[in-house]
Design a protein around this ligand. Structure first.
Ligand code: ACM
Length: 415
């Protein structure tokens, strides 16, 4: 992972040499209350290993652990080891909240890396806000959140849709069918999509939501047949993505004339469904596994060496990986006795590093991340061909669908 030189010099070499030398005047008032003690920094790793989103969250767990191991193998953070405490919240928001409380209150983790669905992020949010802890969330999501207790490293709607929707409209046409899983994320993404589509003169022929974990798409596919939309815009998540694609293909529908355009279908779901089921469909994301950069080559190699030669990386595992390096850069700036969630948040503001997708930056005002939107088409080998990349990193605008609200350093502001 390449660190931007300016930040690296500030955050790593200077502070690292100082604190790692065992500087004798570092004094922790009350060891039982310290977050960094006995050369260890505890963090929580809260991704589902079972249940309907286990299909994707298991890979976020692996990417997080890989980054932690790499950092520890390279000497830790100022000589201190990161100790991951792994919990399996089983794709259940209530279990997420229970495990988050355990990690924050019981284990006294200074930060927790976790969640794929917005439902699970919303479930843990009160724990992190009440206890003034820090949740590192790597997943694309609907925006419309402005918490001092979450670091957001996945894409928000403007970063996935601003280039994708006009591109699809131009290429395929104006009649769109919106299909999503039934919870906050797909509804807010579709809200944003409808605004963009209306501006282009497009038309929504149907908007439909299926329960999380849904696996029987025959009636949906009949509606695709009857409505004949130009684009099927999908925000279906988890193992439903696999079922939807396989049943679409089995029904003999053709991506050339009725493509699915997804914000949630990555190499990971494609590996589960088989490349043939996904071939010809489109995804918008800041990262694809085939992206050519030295940082991505190193990431893919390390991930496969650690977890298996057949494993894939994707647009949620990549931020799961680089956000641990952002955490490192922030913690590196702090003396051991100053390592607290609040201080880490302040220290991570404005941090830049060269991630596998390209240079990324944590926006100090919103705690969201500047990213590089790309459009890819899936091929039968299960990889995407990148058709387009944004010409510059794109600012995250989490409230873009709500122009009278702005996320600022002081919280949500009405304008
Ligand atoms: C999501 O629920 N943010 C994919």
């Amino acid at each position: 992972m390449a660190i931007k030189r300016r930040t690296f010099l500030k955050g790593s070499i200077a502070a690292g040499a100082f604190y790692a030398s065992g500087f004798p005047h570092v004094w922790i008032k009350d060891h039982s209350q310290a977050y960094a003690a006995d050369g260890e920094i505890k963090v929580g790793v809260l991704f589902s290993l079972t249940g309907t989103t286990g299909i994707i969250e298991e890979s976020l767990n692996k990417a997080t652990l890989l980054a932690i191991e790499e950092i520890n193998d390279a000497g830790g953070i100022n000589g201190m080891k990161i100790v991951p405490i792994v919990e399996d919240p089983a794709s259940d928001p209530a279990t997420f909240a229970e495990k988050a409380r355990k990690l924050v209150l019981g284990d006294r983790c200074v930060s927790v890396f976790g969640s794929y669905t917005s439902a699970s992020r919303k479930a843990v949010l009160p724990v992190f806000e009440k206890r003034k802890n820090l949740y590192w969330y790597p997943t694309l999501y609907e925006g419309r959140e402005c918490s001092k207790n979450v670091i957001y490293t996945g894409a928000v709607p403007n970063q996935q849709q601003d280039e994708f929707v006009p591109w699809l409209f131009e290429k395929f046409g104006k009649r769109w069918y919106l299909i999503g899983s039934n919870y906050i994320y797909p509804k807010e993404e579709n809200n944003y999509c409808k605004k963009l589509l209306a501006g282009l003169g497009g038309e929504v022929v149907n908007e439909e939501y299926v329960p999380l974990g849904h696996s029987e798409f025959s009636s949906v596919i009949n509606k695709f047949r009857n409505e004949k939309p130009d684009v099927i815009f999908s925000t279906v998540v988890g193992d439903s993505v696999v079922a939807l694609h396989r049943q679409y293909r089995a029904a003999g529908l053709d991506p050339e004339t009725m493509p699915m355009a997804s914000l949630t279908t990555s190499e990971n779901e494609v590996a589960a469904m088989g490349g043939d089921a996904a071939a010809g469909h489109f995804t918008s994301a800041p990262y694809f596994m085939v992206w050519e950069s030295p940082e991505n080559e190193a990431f893919v190699r390390a991930y496969r060496d650690r977890w298996g030669k057949d494993k894939v990386t994707h647009f949620v595992s990549e931020p799961s990986y680089f956000q641990v390096y952002m955490f490192k850069q922030a913690v590196e700036k702090l003396a051991p006795s100053d390592i607290t969630p609040d201080n880490i948040r302040e220290a991570v503001k404005g941090v830049e590093l060269t991630a596998p997708q390209g240079p990324v930056r944590l926006d100090p005002a919103t705690l969201h991340t500047y990213l590089w939107p790309k459009i890819g088409v899936c091929k039968s080998d299960g990889q995407f061909e990148i058709l387009q990349q944004s010409s510059e990193w794109l600012e995250p605008v989490p409230y873009k669908a709500y122009p009278n609200q702005v996320c600022t350093e002081n919280g949500l502001s009405e304008v």
